[in-house]
Design a protein around this ligand. Structure first.
Ligand SMILES: [Zn+2]
Length: 276
């Protein structure tokens, strides 16, 4: 009887052949080894492991084998089928010219600016200001509905985060500068909260990314420069890419999420880059 020396033997179909054997209790197949030199022929009795049966049902067994002194290893080729589709995500930038700008180019709440300016004109704490704030809140609730209505097939909304930022951090300062210039911190908080609640109700994931050069980065070539943005207009100083500054911001927000650690399973929703 030959003794296995303990090394892994790699044998191909020219030497080995698996001959399945039915009607036996003890084992399932013979691994028939021929041409082992000097006309030796070996028939190894094989008992299939449960993993073998699982893989055999799913895939195609390859005709090469690894033989150790304890077991024989088989290899299977399994067709994974169609790749799993990522789910659809959009990026939303929040601003004063449009409360919500989506990376696809759509904008919502284009009347926000007048309402925010009315709040700022009113005396702090006055009834007029309270009224103006209420009006803005009401309008923001409507815009949340408009956005959710518009993006029926979207499973994920990505926004720029305000929360969880250290007060002294650079990011916070950078964001608060942007927010001060736009709708104000409390309005931004309210808007994000309402958007998040609406997402929960509609089973839409709500994700946020840290703010970083959102309004300064070119979504086409990646060039970052404060001068890329001039008010509502974005014009890349390097490649000449032009567009609505808020829509550019939302594209950067989405891209930051998609290329980040949690974005891999998502795809941008219906992005028509040419329209931006
Ligand atoms: Zn560019």
């Amino acid at each position: 009887m030959p003794v296995h020396a303990g090394k892994r033997m790699y044998v191909s179909s020219t030497i080995a052949d698996l001959q399945e054997k039915e009607n036996t209790q003890e084992f399932d197949a013979w691994l028939h080894l021929a041409s082992m030199g000097d006309d030796i022929i070996l028939d190894l009795p094989i008992k299939f492991h449960k993993h073998y049966n699982k893989l055999a049902a799913k895939g195609q067994r390859l005709n090469s084998y690894i033989i150790t002194n304890k077991y024989v290893q088989f290899a299977f080729e399994v067709d994974p089928g169609e790749p799993l589709k990522g789910t659809k995500a959009i990026g939303i930038d929040t601003g004063i010219n449009a409360l919500a700008s989506v990376n696809t180019g759509q904008q919502f709440g284009l009347d926000t600016k007048g309402m925010v300016e009315r709040i700022k004109r009113c005396k702090h704490g006055s009834n007029g200001q309270k009224q103006a704030r209420r009006a803005l809140k009401q309008r923001m609730d409507e815009v949340v509905k408009e956005v959710l209505c518009h993006i029926k097939d979207v499973d994920c909304i990505v926004v720029e985060a305000l929360k969880n930022l250290n007060y002294k951090s650079k990011l916070k300062r950078r964001l608060s500068r942007n927010i001060r210039r736009s709708i104000g911190t409390w309005a931004y908080r309210y808007w994000l909260r309402r958007l998040e609640q609406a997402c929960e109700m509609n089973r839409v994931h709500f994700k946020s990314v840290a703010p970083a050069y959102t309004s300064q980065r070119c979504p086409s070539c990646g060039y970052i420069d404060r001068r890329n943005r001039n008010g509502p207009v974005f014009l890349c100083l390097r490649c000449g890419h032009a567009g609505n500054a808020d829509v550019v911001g939302s594209r950067n927000i989405l891209e930051r999420f998609l290329t980040g650690p949690y974005g891999a399973r998502y795809q941008p929703w219906d992005v028509e880059l040419s329209s931006v």
